[in-house]
Write a protein of this length. Structure first.
Length: 480
């Protein structure tokens, strides 16, 4: 699966309760004014000062704010969501320490929620970061945050796991640690993924060839697109690296007549993939193995697909990744590498980049709660590593807008199945997956990250890549 994230800076939330029945309050400006009077709800006053210091007077804010007592401060008329503070100490835990991870964890714990447009709320963390660059603003905010309660019992959010990080088992991207990281993400449970993926369980960007496509239509179209770009022919040997639940190898075997091997590091994925292959009567044409991409040995293939795998490799290991696939490919063979890249990473880093990583903890949510050790690199690093190992770049296509549509479809389906998702995996996992997929959709939409299919060839001894002169053969047909 691709890793839709990594440069995301997301503010969390969940649309679990509307504004109906709330008491509406329109407080006077509060910034910097200490609460006074015996009958004053001091935590409420401190919380209001923090919100006003960060976002300005309520009519200027990009959102409404609902406090734990039910009172609401209304933002601009075009506000699309409500920030809901569920407990007196919510803002303290959300902003102390003042970094992105604390903001995210305040949602995962149930301290805060979002009612309304969840995707619009993903920009709140960056808005807070900008305001906190001011030492004066930071001092004011911290002074009022420390006056809020800190000893409240945790909100009643069910736990899906006893631990939420992968225990180190070696250096990043060594084989044993990679397997632990993959299992952490995918072994949440096949039943959980079946709730919101398409019927083939394709956990990667779909291809919306027409605007009226359903998610099932679009995922089948993506499988066809990969097979067409690889120019699969009957009898060819196909390797699918990071095969998920086997959708691509099953499609390629059934519709293109290939002999296919899928490899994964997830026991849960492999078990279900084998069941599905057997049920479809394809066991003689495709199989799934638990195998690392570095352990292909003397296996050789005519074509290789890698869909949503390269994000797990690590930029520093891209040469090893492409070298292994180059060895496994016969001369004249093709590799279709489909993966997410960071547009932001292609830019010259700012002088504050270290501060964002170490202090603001950008990307810590993804690394700790979603894809351990996952980092995205720029497209030029992918191409340079592939060509450095002998591949020839023949085609590159961005599917960025397609992935935003895919993620929104997944989130919609997850929300419709919320009760079952929580029953299977726990509310924390439900919140984690909703947050990372919604934030990823936002960042694909705005262009901070991209998803690119790159076709590489391994020329034969004569330099022939065995490809037609044009791309017309890929586009012929309807992508049913």
């Amino acid at each position: 699966m691709e890793q839709p994230h990594a440069t995301t800076s997301a503010y969390p939330g969940t649309a679990s309760r509307g504004e109906a029945g709330s008491r509406h309050a329109a407080p006077a400006p509060l910034a910097g004014r200490p609460p006074s009077g015996d009958g004053v709800d001091r935590p409420l006053q401190h919380a209001r000062i923090v919100i006003e210091t960060l976002f300005g007077p309520s009519p200027m804010r990009p959102m409404h704010v609902q406090y734990w007592d039910g009172s609401v401060e209304h933002g601009r008329t075009d506000s699309r969501f409500t920030l809901r503070l569920n407990r007196r100490g919510a803002l303290r835990r959300m902003l102390l320490p003042p970094n992105e991870l604390s903001i995210v964890e305040s949602y995962l714990s149930g301290d805060v929620d979002i009612d309304g447009d969840f995707e619009s709320a993903t920009e709140l963390a960056d808005a807070i970061a900008v305001r906190l660059h001011s030492p004066r603003t930071l001092a004011t905010v911290v002074r009022h945050l420390v006056a809020l309660p800190k000893g409240e019992p945790a909100p009643p959010v069910t736990e899906a796991r006893a631990e939420h990080t992968v225990e180190p088992v070696g250096k990043p991207h060594e084989a044993e640690r990679d397997r632990a990281a993959i299992q952490y993400h995918y072994d949440v449970g096949n039943d959980f993924y079946q709730l919101w993926l398409d019927q083939r369980m394709v956990y990667s960007c779909a291809y919306f060839h027409r605007p009226d496509y359903t998610l099932d239509d679009a995922q089948r179209a993506k499988l066809d697109l990969v097979c067409r770009k690889l120019r699969l022919r009957p009898g060819e040997r196909l390797l699918d690296v990071g095969c998920g639940w086997g959708a691509l190898i099953m499609h390629a075997a059934e519709h293109y007549g290939v002999k296919a091997l899928g490899i994964t590091l997830s026991d849960a994925q492999a078990a279900l993939a084998r069941e599905r292959i057997a049920a479809a009567g394809l066991s003689d044409r495709c199989r799934v193995e638990i195998r690392d991409y570095r352990a292909l040995g003397d296996l050789r293939f005519d074509k290789i697909s890698s869909v949503g795998m390269v994000e797990h490799v690590g930029v520093e290991n891209l040469p090893t990744y492409f070298a292994s696939l180059y060895r496994a490919l016969v001369p004249g063979g093709l590799l279709l590498n489909h993966g997410i890249v960071s547009v932001d990473a292609a830019h010259r880093p700012s002088r504050f980049a270290w501060l964002e990583s170490r202090v603001w903890k950008r990307n810590a949510f993804i690394e700790q709660y979603v894809f351990p050790d996952g980092r995205l690199g720029p497209l030029h690093a992918v191409i340079a590593a592939a060509e450095g190992e002998g591949f020839e770049t023949r085609d590159a296509e961005s599917l960025r807008e397609h992935y935003a549509l895919t993620l929104r479809a997944w989130v919609d389906r997850l929300l419709r199945e919320k009760e079952r998702a929580v029953a299977i995996a726990g509310e924390r996992i439900f919140r984690t997956w909703r947050l990372y997929m919604t934030a990823s959709a936002h960042f694909f939409s705005k262009g901070s990250i991209n998803i690119v299919q790159t076709l590489f060839a391994k020329p034969d001894a004569r330099g022939d890549s065995h490809l037609p002169m044009t791309r017309e053969d890929i586009l012929v047909g309807s992508f049913k």
